[in-house]
Design a protein. Structure first.
Length: 374
């Protein structure tokens, strides 16, 4: 895909005004950093940062069977969700591999909003898959990704900064984790959720008219000056999510990796009547997994990258899914899918980086506890 073919978020011109370094990402022209990745990372951990996440996909499911259909579509239990609540869930193929991992927003029993992974390819792939599963369910499915704008405002000062400017049925200080509310932010109609991908406290703000996100971006940056806010790019988005070991689709999970191998087993509700992939996942559980996602500490020798091979005693035992320098910990870590006999904490392995073995040790995850576990 050439630069001329890249899609632009509504905030593209704002990124250019801030001299962001732009890169192609999942079909979009996106900011990777504005100042430095480490400065932006620390702003999120210690103060507050704002991310453009308007490239994420939004798929609306409406109709009398919206709740039961979504419950069948996903591995997690959706039928018991309350209005205004959010759940994380894989969406699996019949063989147990993952179509995507996503967040479910229950607006009402006849209105479910799915927030799926970024890129037009993802939302189109997800939409096509969801439409193919509709069968006799009485639902209307619509990909509304182009209509929504979205920013993530993350960090310990996010609530204090935003609360005076939000008008809704309750103040943001009363909004609990994995809950959302409708209201106005800087006089724009929004859905705001207490969620994020950084492991910090914070909010994700959705506008129903994509262009409205421009005003919110500008006002947040202006009002956030007294709180040390920084605009943050994809670089800090990856370092923050990686430190707390949040999964990245296409790296840590994909159509060939099932949720029982990755620590997502808590999202698979086998006591549901039925869901796509249930039979295969039951068989996998009964027979036992043969490999597992683990954390690795890498004292020196480089940063492991996706698909690099992992060895033990000259035998290949798996591959890296993600790796990065963790600014909060000042150490390099990685995540890897390894054969089950080699997944014990403390096991010593070698990662092949630039054609040479680099020592690593299996450690527990997450590398940094997310805010709700600190």
């Amino acid at each position: 895909m050439s630069d001329n073919d890249l899609l632009l978020t509504p905030l593209h011109e704002e990124h250019k005004k801030l001299d962001a370094r732009m890169i192609p990402f999942d079909g979009f022209d996106m900011p990777v950093q504005y100042s430095s990745i480490i400065e932006e990372h620390h702003a999120v951990r210690e103060k507050v940062g704002i991310f453009d996440v308007s490239h994420m996909g939004e798929i609306e499911i409406k109709g009398p069977d919206a709740l039961s259909f979504t419950d069948f579509l996903l591995t997690n239990r959706i039928s018991n969700m309350k209005d205004g609540s959010i759940k994380y869930s894989p969406m699996c193929y019949p063989h147990g591999g993952q179509v995507d991992d996503l967040f479910v927003y229950k607006v009402e029993s006849d209105f479910i909003l799915l927030v799926v992974n970024a890129s037009p390819n993802f939302s189109a792939k997800d939409e096509k898959w969801i439409l193919e599963q509709r069968n006799n369910f009485d639902v209307n499915i619509e990909n509304k990704s182009k209509d929504y704008g979205e920013v993530a405002i993350q960090g310990p000062l996010a609530e204090k900064m935003l609360n005076p400017f939000f008008k809704g049925d309750l103040p943001l200080s009363d909004l609990r984790r994995f809950k959302f509310i409708f209201g106005k932010l800087f006089d724009k109609d929004v859905l705001i959720s207490r969620t994020g991908y950084t492991g910090e406290d914070g909010f994700e703000v959705y506008t129903f008219r994509a262009s409205d996100i421009i005003n919110i971006w500008s006002q947040v940056l202006k009002e956030g000056e007294n709180f040390g806010i920084k605009p943050c790019g994809l670089g800090a988005r990856d370092t923050t999510r990686f430190e707390v070991a949040y999964w990245l689709y296409g790296n840590d999970i994909d159509e060939n990796i099932n949720p029982l191998e990755t620590g997502q087993g808590w999202t698979v509700k086998f006591d549901k009547a039925d869901f796509i992939g249930k039979e295969s996942l039951q068989t996998i559980k009964k027979n036992g997994i043969t490999r597992k996602l683990v954390g690795l500490s890498v004292p020196q020798g480089g940063i492991p990258r996706n698909k690099m091979e992992v060895y033990k005693d000259n035998q290949k035992i798996g591959f890296i899914t993600s790796g990065n320098y963790c600014p909060s910990l000042k150490k390099v870590y990685a995540m890897a899918i390894l054969d089950l006999p080699y997944t014990q904490i403390g096991t010593q392995v070698d990662i092949i980086i630039r054609n040479r073995p680099v020592h690593a040790e299996i450690v527990s995850m997450p590398f940094l506890a997310p805010i709700n576990r600190r």
